[in-house]
Ligand binder design. Structure first.
Ligand code: ZN
Ligand code: ZN
Length: 346
């Protein structure tokens, strides 16, 4: 989890710190030699890391490849900012003019926040509070603008291996081209839900994910559409929880073998409960990425134990990246929904 840090003292502080496309550009006269040109930059001495000291004189290190929190244009490095209000960039290169520690310039590849994108696109997409847009745009940023490290992960709505994303982690699912004012990929701009509205990670209307169809549906749309189980719809007469347990997506076809109670008795009950839960995302409890990864992993463990007699690893909770309290919270309440496409439990 990134901590907010104050920028270095003892190095010249810029009044406005960086330039960024489509924003007003910083006056290069604020720095002794100005913001470097590409040619200047290539002449500077390269480094693999730099340090910025905070008010307590503690050094914070930044390395090539790190994602970093950067003071936004117009903000003072000493202001306390909420995490999501920082600019975020990936450190591509670190160079210093004349090996001078007060002249460290960092080549940064930007992630764009929803608030920074072209006004033409604003409001067209439901972008989350911690959501960023990956881009190829770059700038040179002075070292004093760096506040701390940022956790940034990619979020693939269709993936069954998507890891849980906590509220302090930035995530991105779209690319943004600021020059062409374009967001891609276009195929992901529409949701697979009946309403065709994209997933809003900050919305309370949670989505159920059918891993067989790789489609997501809002609970409210499933309610409206009447995609709710009743007795006449349960054609194979298996209990709902067992049907959940057996859905492993295209990689693992459904096994129709029956197991007795004794086959299950030696399995961890928390793992079984997880395997028998719906796959959901969104809302305050389930988080941006939801429970897809732990649930699919739990189903694979159960599948391997019952069909291939593989032992469940003792550290299965670590493998599904969860501690017990988190696992319990992820076990979602089952509201008897069915996939409108394949009519399986979701
Ligand atoms: Zn919908
Ligand atoms: Zn389906």
């Amino acid at each position: 989890m990134p901590k907010r840090r104050r920028a270095a003292l003892g190095m010249p502080k810029p009044k406005k710190n960086v330039r960024k496309e489509s924003e007003s550009r910083a006056d290069s006269s604020e720095f002794e030699y100005g913001i470097p040109t590409k040619r200047d930059y290539q002449r500077m001495h390269p480094y693999s890391s730099f340090a910025v000291k905070d008010d307590d004189d503690e050094a914070h290190f930044f390395r090539v490849g790190n994602n970093a929190l950067i003071v936004p244009e117009g903000c003072n490095p000493e202001d306390r900012l909420e995490l999501h209000k920082h600019w975020v960039g990936k450190i591509l290169e670190i160079r210093a003019r004349d090996k001078d520690p007060s002249e460290v310039w960092v080549r940064v590849q930007w992630y764009w926040a929803a608030s920074q994108i072209s006004s033409k696109l604003k409001g067209k997409l439901p972008l989350g509070r911690m959501e960023l847009l990956h881009s190829k745009s770059e700038d040179f940023v002075h070292s004093t603008c760096f506040q701390g490290l940022a956790d940034v992960v990619s979020f693939d709505e269709d993936s069954v291996t998507q890891q849980y994303i906590d509220g302090e982690t930035f995530y991105w699912r779209f690319e943004y081209d600021p020059a062409k004012e374009r967001i891609s990929p276009k195929t992901k701009l529409k949701a697979s839900c009946l309403c065709k509205l994209p997933y809003n990670p900050d919305d309370d209307d949670i989505m159920h994910f059918c891993i067989s169809c790789q489609k997501s549906y809002h609970e409210s749309c499933l309610d409206k559409h009447g995609s709710i189980e009743n007795e006449s719809r349960n054609s194979d007469d298996l209990p709902r929880d067992i049907r959940f347990e057996r859905i492993l997506g295209v990689r693992y076809p459904k096994q129709l073998t029956s197991f007795s109670e004794s086959d299950y008795s030696s399995l961890p009950q928390d793992l079984l409960r997880l395997a028998r839960s719906p796959i959901v995302r969104g809302g305050p409890e389930h988080g941006v990425a939801g429970n897809v990864f732990p649930i699919v992993q739990a189903r694979i463990y159960i599948h391997d134990a019952l069909l291939e007699h593989k032992p469940i690893p003792d550290n299965w909770k670590d493998e599904v990246s969860a501690n017990l309290s988190v696992v319990q919270a992820w076990i979602a309440e089952d509201n008897d929904y069915l996939c409108p496409n394949c009519h399986e439990v979701i």
